[in-house]
Each structure stands twice: as C-alpha cells, then as structure tokens.
Design a protein around this ligand. Structure first.
Ligand SMILES: [Zn+2]
Length: 188
C-alpha cells in the first residue's frame, strides 16, 4: 500500500537532490506549505517539517503550493501566481522584522530573482511593498487608536521612529501626528 513515511532513503534523496526519485514522491514543508520534487535545490528543510506525498495532487489537496524553483506539478508556476504568493507572505509577516533573506527562503527563490520578478509584475520591489503595507497599517492605527507615534511605528513593523516618520511623510505628504489631527477633524 501507499507509504507516506520519510524513510532514510528518501531523506537521503532530498539531501542529495537526487533526480532518480522525481515522480516517485514529493515532499512538502509544513512551515512554508510549499512542496517540491526530491531533486529541488531549495534550502534543505528540517526533517521533522517534511511531509511525504505520492502525487502532486495529494500535496495540493493537503493545502500545499508548488515550489517555483522545481515546479513539482510539471507545469511552471507563472510569475503572477508567484507574485500572489509573495504578497501573501508579505501580508502575513509585515509586522515582523521580515528580511529579504527570510522572504526568499519562504518563497523558494533567490533574493535577486524575487526582486526582479516581483518588480516586473507589480512595478515595485518587495521592499517597497513591505513599507507600503506597514505605512498603511500605521495610518489605520493613527486614526483608530490613541497610541503614541512610537508605539504605532513599532506595531506596524518599523521600530525606528525617526525612519518611520520620514517614510510616512514621503507616502502621505504629512507627518503622522498631522495625519491623525486631520482625520479627527474630518470625523467631527
Ligand atoms: Zn522546489
């Protein structure tokens, strides 16, 4: 019968990027919810985070997404699909100190390739998008809470208040405190 265990032989195949095992099994990584062929050159996952699948369909049914790098379904993942996945990662993590290295690991691609592809499809870099998400969140918090600017900056994922204020002015053309006053005025 079907066998979903991570056997020693399979683990070895994953470690060695062994092409001989492609189309025999696929592996998903529970922390990223991405699945790969055994031969994939992506970063080696932690053994306990691996789930074995016997078909790509099985992995998709379990909620895993195909890796961009090794295209485990046999069809290349389109750039648009990939950008959507990167957006999901950015939205889920913008409040944390998400580095581009971490993003690259989560999205299974090199930093330069991610930046290039993301910019080509969306017109902005992942870093710009990240700042945008953080400032949009900050603007919401400014108008919906009475918390201090430094608290809001940290809560939005930009713990450096001076940098936050500068970036905020660049996007909204007013300071955070001015933005809050205007919003209060508009709501009266
Ligand atoms: Zn892969």
């Amino acid at each position: 019968m079907t066998e979903h265990r991570l056997t020693a032989r399979r683990w070895q195949a994953i470690q060695q990027n062994d092409h001989q095992f492609d189309d025999q099994f696929w592996y998903g990584v529970t922390t990223t919810k991405i699945f790969c062929r055994p031969s994939c050159a992506s970063r080696l996952p932690i053994q306990t985070h691996i789930r074995i699948f016997l078909s790509p369909q099985e992995a998709i049914a379990a909620g895993f997404r195909p890796c961009k790098r090794c295209a485990p379904t046999g069809q290349p993942v389109t750039n648009q699909t990939w950008v959507t996945e990167i957006d999901q990662i950015l939205t889920a993590h913008f409040k944390d100190s998400l580095s581009m290295t971490t993003l690259a690991a989560l999205a299974h691609g090199s930093e330069s390739y991610i930046r290039h592809t993301y910019k080509r499809v969306t017109g902005q870099t992942p870093q710009q998008k990240l700042i945008d998400l953080r400032l949009t969140e900050a603007a919401t918090l400014l108008t919906t809470t009475t918390q201090s600017i430094s608290w809001i900056a940290a809560e939005s994922g930009i713990p450096n208040t001076a940098y936050f204020t500068t970036a905020f002015k660049t996007k909204f053309h007013v300071s955070p405190s001015h933005y809050r006053k205007e919003a209060q005025h508009a709501n009266r």
